[in-house]
Design a binder for this molecule. Sequence first.
Ligand SMILES: [Zn+2]
Length: 146
Amino acid sequence: MSEFSVKGIPERIDNSALPSASRKTNWFSCLPRKINICGWRVVGNRLPTRTNLATKGIDIPSTICPLCNDGSETVIHVFGECTSVKKIWDLIERWLNMKLPALRFPTDLMEWAENLALSVPKKEMVGAIIYVAWWQFGSFEMIQFF
Ligand SMILES: [Zn+2]
């Protein structure tokens, strides 16, 4: 039996909960636990978006995004495609002085951040910024993270 450690929690989550070894949990020690958990839930599409709730048989009046009224409230929409979110991504791009991927699927965005030609601490900072942005975007749509 392996020894338990808090540091090993992301690896344990990866091994037990994720279907593919290619999808690993990004855990940023500079962020509060709640934001790391939010990021994990965004990447794994484990948030109660209107579309996810409807898919699980919960009767909700509409799956349309309440911010833009122009798309189903999916994880991809809320955290990448919504017009209100795109404007903030543009500002983050300018702030970082980096071109973000045009399609901002959560998994693609994290893969992009991991493969940047930067030092590990700088890559982790970019990943942490993405997680904080997702945390904020979820609050715009009033998604319950817990
Ligand atoms: Zn929207």
